[in-house]
Ligand binder design. Structure first.
Ligand code: MN
Length: 295
């Protein structure tokens, strides 16, 4: 199934070129805050799967062209990200880290946006802002200290994810947590639709020009290992999102660019890059201070 988020806090399933609404199946009124309908749909998915399949088969939805899709998961308890998880990316960054040795970091969940949103550049003079093409993984069940051999049972599904990053010496979390810095979507594909998540092609273009192209078979730390490692430290919850790491080919994005991410068996989306807001609308005085102290 391909599950979608739309509207204020509505959820649905894709049936051909239509969206069939499922919001009434989850115990949260539409339009509520925070937007957690998808978390509940994921949590209750096993119980609801037959109903969802029947509704999808019946069709009778809203044409996809008339629905403004949001990020599939908008309010996860954690947005976990693995750095240095492809050898050739480690080499291009001359990184001393490896995901299988150094583990993960967190991004602000408020950086998540959807397939109809834009990346808005922060107004940092001379900043180099990079695209990172990544397979996004969504947790399906609560778990702690999950053994590697059971870890796939905790994976609900997958989505496209761009881990946008300011290069520099500031704390990594700060450089990656600007609003709009984690586009995800266009939908959440359940794990049963993916024949082998350890063999998925992923690619990213900027204005149609190829920048990144790789396969998840080259991950240093595989998907079960990532879920297991994370769960030895933090309990994982339905909807938790893992950015599984970027392959080589990262590079700058500029205002006016269009970034397209495509993942085999998952989907594709194109995200525009917008200039920073007008001066005064976005106060970064602390960013400059941090830069001076660390220089
Ligand atoms: Mn990344």
């Amino acid at each position: 199934m391909k599950l979608v988020g739309f509207g204020e806090d509505q959820v649905g399933v894709l049936a051909g070129e239509q969206v069939v609404e499922l919001t009434d199946l989850v115990d949260v009124p539409g339009g509520s805050w925070p937007p957690t309908a998808m978390l509940r749909l994921i949590r209750d998915y096993d119980r609801l799967a037959a109903t969802i399949a029947a509704r999808a088969a019946a069709g009778d939805g809203i044409p996809l062209t008339e629905v403004r899709l949001s990020a599939p998961v908008r309010w996860p308890s954690k947005l976990i990200a693995f750095p240095a998880n492809y050898q050739r990316h480690i080499e291009e960054m001359r990184s001393v880290n490896r995901a299988d040795h150094n583990g993960y970091f967190l991004k602000a969940t408020s950086s998540i946006v959807g397939p109809n949103d834009a990346i808005v550049l922060p107004p940092i003079e001379g900043a180099e802002v990079h695209h990172e093409c990544e397979l996004g993984l969504v947790i399906g069940r609560e778990g702690h200290d999950i053994p590697v051999e059971k870890a796939l049972d905790y994976v609900f599904g997958f989505t496209c994810l761009i881990d946008v990053t300011v290069r520099g010496k500031q704390e990594r979390v700060a450089r990656k947590s600007f609003d709009t810095f984690t586009p995800t979507g266009p939908w959440l594909v359940t794990r049963d639709e993916i024949a082998d998540c350890a063999s998925l092609g992923l690619s990213l273009t900027v204005n149609g020009e190829p920048r990144q192209s790789a396969n998840t078979r080259d991950l240093l730390l595989g998907i079960p290992e990532m879920v297991s490692m994370t769960s030895t430290i933090s309990t994982v919850y339905p909807g938790d999102l893992i950015a599984t790491g970027t392959p080589e080919g990262v590079g700058p994005i500029r205002a006016g660019d269009e970034v397209t991410i495509t993942i085999e068996s998952v989907g594709s989306m194109t995200i525009p890059v917008l200039a920073p807001p007008e001066p005064g609308g976005y106060d970064l005085r602390y960013w400059g201070r941090q830069r001076e102290e660390q220089a």
